[in-house]
Design a protein. Structure first.
Ligand code: GLP
Length: 233
């Protein structure tokens, strides 16, 4: 794991964007993308650049179950707003929150990943060490699944909804096994509330109690964190 500590998320987003450009210059065609506040500055750097993404494909990590793509809390909406509406891609994939048959949707998404092998995956980090929506206890070999969200994640997301009952309780998420298949990984984390998870991910044992710790076993992982997130290292 290569660890880069930056002053703030703007510098981190710029750094992550440079790594994306390097990968594209070396032939990368498929980007694995993430939502949440963490990658926002990276998307800003992409949007404000003159880089052409119109031949690129993106595969997103996850989506809330039951959420329509035009709901402003859906991850599809987030991606359109922060990136795709401003920088068109050739193809963009996000799990379908409205899929009627969960089993069929997870199979379909595994096929999407098989057909579009990810060259570079961008990840954020949950406060409890989750990646995508692979919460503590998730098996390291899992493929795309419908997963229940933990109370900690529901609490963290509650700020975006009028009341807690509206916060989705399930999501479709790429599994850790799918994430580990990507050639390169960039994980970003910012703020003191991520410091404990960052410490466990980098210095702790590899355990599915802290899903991101599995990245210690993977080649070509770059962790980009700000000083607050690095404060317990
Ligand atoms: C959600 C997402 C993750 C994201 C995490 C952290 O749980 N499914 O992909 O990494 O939140 O969110 P934030 O970046 O807003 O801290």
């Amino acid at each position: 794991m290569k660890v880069i500590v930056t002053k703030n998320d703007t510098e981190a987003g710029q750094k992550a964007f440079e790594l994306i450009k390097d990968a594209m210059n070396n032939g990368a065609k498929v980007l694995g993308l993430a939502t949440g506040s963490t990658p926002v500055k990276m998307y800003e750097a992409m949007v404000n650049s003159d880089v052409d993404f119109s031949k690129m494909t993106s595969v997103n990590l996850d989506e809330y179950v039951g959420m329509a793509p035009d709901n402003d809390q859906s991850y599809r909406y987030f991606m359109q707003k922060h990136l795709f509406d401003k920088k068109p891609f050739a193809k963009t994939f996000v799990p379908d929150g409205l899929a009627k048959d969960s089993e069929a949707e997870t199979k379909r998404y595994d096929q999407v990943i098989a057909d579009n092998p990810i060259d570079l995956q961008v990840l954020g980090l949950g406060r409890n060490g989750h990646i995508g929506f692979n919460e503590p206890g998730s098996p390291f070999d899992a493929t795309t699944r419908k997963v229940p969200l933990t109370q900690s994640t529901i609490d963290a997301n509650a700020r975006f909804f009028a009341n807690e009952d509206d916060v989705p309780k399930y999501a479709y998420s790429m599994g850790i096994g799918s994430i580990l298949k990507s050639k390169k990984i960039i994980l970003m984390a910012f703020g003191a509330e991520k410091a404990e998870a960052v410490k466990g991910m980098i210095e702790g044992p590899v355990t599915n109690h802290l899903p991101a710790s599995v990245l210690q076993n993977k080649d070509d992982v770059t962790v980009i964190i700000d000083e607050a997130a690095a404060s317990k290292l």
